[in-house]
Design a protein around this ligand. Structure first.
Ligand SMILES: Nc1ncnc2c1ncn2[C@@H]1O[C@H](COP(=O)(O)OP(=O)(O)OP(=O)(O)O)[C@@H](O)[C@H]1O
Length: 453
């Protein structure tokens, strides 16, 4: 069994079909896309421009324009069918109405409010559009946590308020001598939940000496809440935040705590001087820094799935390399799975555990990154691999032809008009996905079950 297959499945996209209704015709952007995402992995999605990569990512998030009709399939996250509302309408109606669809999208947006940003989040290519220009970045991270999980901020603030320096010394001792598991048990026994993440975020830092870490941890006992903050927190706890003035007053106390968490997150993401950075506005930061902030917001609530759509394409190569290194670290340190969308295969090779190749709205090959690069099976994947620029290539190959017009994709296998191996069968029937190896599947008539060309 491949390593990935034994892991827990966190997301399933099943036979997803989606069209865009425009004045110029109906674009069949997704024509039965399927994939599984497993815990703690990075699944790369590659394909030429127009193959439906972004549409796939946005559909998983339920972020669809009013002209998008879900014709069939499912997106299952934690056994919640994310697109049920739209699919029920799209697959039953014979005459599609953009207005009616818009109403359903609004309803879906309400349904997904509690999931987006908490269980699943997305990072786009351009960080400036994702950030609010008139708010400090720390506030934006804090607000993302306050919106989804105010209790977490309350736990953090109250536990720190309660703990004494002597207790912190004992906890630190347990952490040093008995390890994290015993430390967490002790935190629970003492009713200090919320303090664990604050202590561990300091303890796990790689940039400072142990003596400094100890000092910082003991210093947590000195950061006490003001009376005003305690009042604000008790208003949130008693659910008395219906009135705008009360709500703002109560929110302030927790946003302050959110800022502390933002500093911890940014430290973890390798941002120097995080205490200063949280107070800055997006325009005061560089492109790479802004993208790190967006990644921090996406990770703030420990989501199960993060979708990254070309997150490094707008950055120069050195910053791109730093962000890719960061993503590699994140997957081992956070309990999160990533879908990484990119047209750049060399970028995907660096970060992905598995790769899915998309063509004309379908995944045509999927497998472990090594197999896809060393033993690609689908003719399209092979041609894509040959088009990767390397030092020893003097002539750069491209995939001949262009992506089909998605208003009338070719019958049979959509790649057949460009495929040098196309047979009669390919122009009539669509090949199904077959498993050739554990975790490696491909949709091509040349490859039958267990066979290789
Ligand atoms: N809102 C929309 N209205 C109409 N057609 C759309 C819309 N969004 C996408 N499409 C069409 O859907 C198809 C898939 O587009 P998509 O952006 O998902 O591809 P992509 O693989 O992400 O490409 P790129 O790498 O260029 O972003 C394209 O034919 C595109 O023209």
């Amino acid at each position: 069994m491949s390593q990935v297959k034994t892991k827990e499945k966190v997301l399933e996209v099943r036979d997803l079909k989606l069209s865009f209704y425009t004045r110029r015709g109906v674009y069949k952007a997704l024509r039965g896309a399927s994939l599984n995402l497993y815990s703690g992995e990075v699944l790369g999605i590659a394909g030429e421009s127009g193959s439906g990569k972004s549409t796939l990512g946005l559909t998983i998030m339920g972020l669809l324009p009013r002209n998008a009709r879900v014709e069939g399939g499912a997106v299952l996250l934690d056994s919640i069918d994310v697109i049920k509302t739209l699919r029920d309408y799209g697959s039953k109606t014979s005459k599609f109405s953009v207005k009616r669809n818009e109403k359903l999208i609004k309803k879906l947006n309400k349904e997904l409010q509690k999931i987006r940003g908490k269980k699943i989040s997305m990072v786009f290519q351009e960080p400036l559009t994702a950030l609010n220009p008139v708010l400090p970045v720390g506030y934006q991270i804090a607000e993302a946590i306050y919106f989804h999980d105010p209790e977490r901020l309350i736990r953090r603030a109250l536990s720190r308020n309660k703990v004494t320096q002597a207790e912190l010394r004992q906890l630190l001792n347990i952490l040093k001598t008995q390890g994290e598991e015993n430390f967490l048990q002790e935190i629970e026994r003492r009713g200090l939940q919320g303090l664990d993440e604050q202590i561990l975020s300091i303890w796990r830092r790689r940039d400072i000496h142990e003596a400094r870490k100890e000092k910082m941890i003991l210093g947590l006992a000195n950061v006490k809440l003001s009376r005003v903050d305690i009042m604000g927190i008790s208003l949130v706890q008693k659910n008395m935040t219906k009135f705008p003035v009360v709500s703002r007053f109560a929110k302030n106390a927790l946003i302050r705590e959110g800022y502390r968490l933002a500093v911890e997150l940014l430290t973890f993401l390798g941002i120097p001087h995080p205490e200063k950075v949280v107070k800055l506005y997006p325009h005061e930061l560089s492109g790479g820094m802004r993208q790190r902030i967006v990644i921090a917001i996406a990770l703030a609530n420990n989501p199960k799935v993060v979708i990254m759509d070309e997150p490094t394409s707008a950055l120069d190569v050195t910053i791109q390399a730093q962000i890719l290194d960061l993503i590699k670290d994140l997957k081992s340190d956070f309990n999160t799975s990533f879908i990484f969308i990119s047209h750049d295969l060399s970028v995907l090779a660096e970060v992905s555990d598995r790769i899915g190749i998309m063509y004309a709205g379908k995944i045509v090959e999927i497998g472990d990154v090594k197999e896809i690069f060393q033993e690609p099976l689908h003719p399209y994947t092979k041609m894509l691999m040959e088009s990767i620029p390397t030092m020893d290539k003097t002539v750069l190959k491209t995939v001949p032809g262009s992506v089909p017009d998605m208003r009338s994709p070719p019958p049979g296998c959509a790649f057949s008009p460009r495929c040098p191996f196309a047979m009669d069968e390919c122009r009539i029937r669509e090949p199904e996905m077959v498993d050739v190896n554990e975790g490696h599947s491909v949709a091509c008539f040349m490859i039958r079950k267990g066979e290789r060309t």
